[in-house]
Ligand binder design. Structure first.
Ligand code: AMP
Ligand code: ZN
Length: 478
């Protein structure tokens, strides 16, 4: 078996026989996720599925940020959830609950495996306070008028993940700064561990603490929750690349200072989904939610496939034209599966065993090469092309076509397009059956206009009809 090579090195688990400790930064639940956000979660899903295909057991934790994430990563601006609550005239708790549900629905729609544990920040305030107390005891913190801060000058390795030193980062951030920051901060890179509620103002989400009533900083929640569920050192930590410079740098800093141990062995950062060469983002208003794209008539498989069509560490462009092209690709998958189901020729195919073994080996090799999904998909296509050739030569017995189905379902353990659904028989009424027969007789009589009319009628009734080698196939439209 090939080894899994990640950007940060060949993967070696902490425990050879135990579970892989996988932590992924989850959503801030103040709005719908856009498909740029979802690209990151699909990438993490591919990582988890690849680890599983390599035989590892995984413990996958993803937090839900339902409190205190300010509009800037660097502790400035408004609380995103509070802002949404004011705009939508709802409570912060209602906003958080609503968008948590919508996120869970999105990941289910895209067939992203649900993390085993999804802790909410609001349910782990105690653990966060404990961690801040520990950092305070060790002398890493100081107080300003608006909160308790971490003194980043005290951590020698500060900024290592970014490739810049503490001094370089401070200089760089100062040069790029447009707005006034908390003047009481000792260093620009210092970050809030605990923020005080504004005086004479009661926030909906606030808690008592040894330092006063307030709410936790964003970064501390990931350290406290990942450690609670996975221990002090994680195998793999994931997130979007925009988290490298502040959020993940600060997570490392506070975690390693609290425990004296290495926090993360491997980092996996997903690059951006772009729209016309710009990052898809809420602030640029160039985003699509999952529902936006589904409403345009594309299926979830097309969207998932598009997100797999680029390697995660590269930027990926999103266009509706790409999605349009992928429609044909998904159709090919469906036709291939339904054709295989009915294939039962008399002649054996001599090389099949070798083709299957080589394809599986190459598929895994590409995934193990830093999750190279486009190359892995190319292997699947190569396999389908070879088998299609056998089918047109009428050399594939039933037992062999079943092996091909098994192979496709094995690929699907990672690509996650629910290919098994193409094999399911569609239950249809007598009326539908009659329409299908009528269309067949039109087709036989070369009355294509009449056949197309029935195709449209079936569509209105919720069925798509595809013509395959072994006759017409009906599929329920989602
Ligand atoms: P947020 O809910 O804003 O914290 O974002 C959730 C995740 O999506 C984070 O890991 C971000 O880094 C990631 N993300 C945001 N925009 C994009 C994008 N255009 N492409 C890929 N990932 C993104
Ligand atoms: Zn995080």
């Amino acid at each position: 078996m090939s080894e899994l090579k990640l950007k940060s090195g060949i993967f070696q688990p902490i425990e050879k026989e135990g579970e892989i400790k996988l932590y992924c930064c989850g959503p801030t639940v103040y709005d719908y996720a856009h498909i740029g956000n979802l690209r990151t979660y699909v990438c993490e899903d591919i990582l988890r599925r690849t680890l599983e295909l390599n035989g590892y057991k995984i413990k996958h934790v993803m937090n839900i940020t339902d409190v205190g994430h300010l509009t800037s990563q660097a502790d400035e601006g408004n609380d995103k959830i509070e802002k949404a609550a004011i705009e939508q005239k709802k409570s912060t708790w209602e906003i958080a609950e609503f968008y948590t549900e919508s996120f869970l629905k999105d990941i289910e729609t895209l067939n992203i495996l649900k993390p085993h544990i999804m802790p909410k920040a609001t349910e782990h305030i105690k653990e966060m306070i404990e961690m801040v107390k520990k950092l305070e005891e060790k002398g890493y913190t100081y107080k300003t008028d608006d909160g308790i801060y971490f003194d980043t000058s005290k951590f020698k390795k500060y900024g290592e993940l970014t490739g810049r030193s503490f001094e370089q980062l401070n200089k760089y951030l100062k040069a790029g700064m447009r707005v006034c920051y908390n003047q009481q901060k000792k260093n620009i890179t210092d970050f809030a561990l605990w923020k005080f509620s504004p005086e004479n103002e009661k926030r909906e989400m606030e808690w008592d603490s040894p330092w006063g009533i307030g709410f936790p900083g964003w970064h501390i929640e990931c350290s406290a929750m990942s450690m609670k569920y996975l221990g002090e050192t994680l195998d793999i930590h994931c997130g979007g690349i925009d988290h490298i410079s502040i959020h993940h740098t600060n997570e490392i800093t506070q975690s390693e200072c609290a425990t004296g141990k290495k926090f993360v062995n491997y980092w996996v950062h997903c690059n951006f989904l772009l729209v016309e060469s710009k990052k898809m983002s809420k602030s640029l208003k160039n985003f699509y939610t999952l529902q936006d794209v589904l409403d345009k008539g594309y299926g979830w498989r097309e969207i998932r496939y598009l997100l797999l069509s680029g390697q995660y560490s590269q930027e990926l462009n999103f266009t509706l034209r790409n999605l349009e092209g992928i429609k044909t690709t998904i159709k090919k998958f469906g036709e291939f599966m339904t054709t295989l189901k009915d294939v039962d020729f008399e002649k054996n195919c001599i090389d099949l065993e070798e083709i299957i073994n080589n394809s599986k080996e190459n598929f895994l090799k590409n995934l193990n090469n830093d999750l190279n999904t486009p190359e892995a998909l190319a292997v699947v296509f190569d396999f389908m092309n070879k088998i299609n050739k056998f089918i047109s030569d009428r050399t594939l017995v039933k037992e062999e076509s079943e092996k091909c189905i098994e192979t496709m379902l094995w690929f699907d353990k990672v690509i996650g397009l629910k290919l098994e659904e193409f094999l399911e028989e569609t239950e249809v009424s007598e009326e539908i059956k009659k329409l299908v027969e009528e269309r067949e007789s039109f087709r036989r009589g070369k009355n294509f206009e009449g056949a197309d009319k029935i195709r449209n009628k079936l569509k209105e009734l919720g069925f798509q009809i595809n013509d395959s080698e072994s006759g017409p196939k009906l599929k329920k439209i989602d």
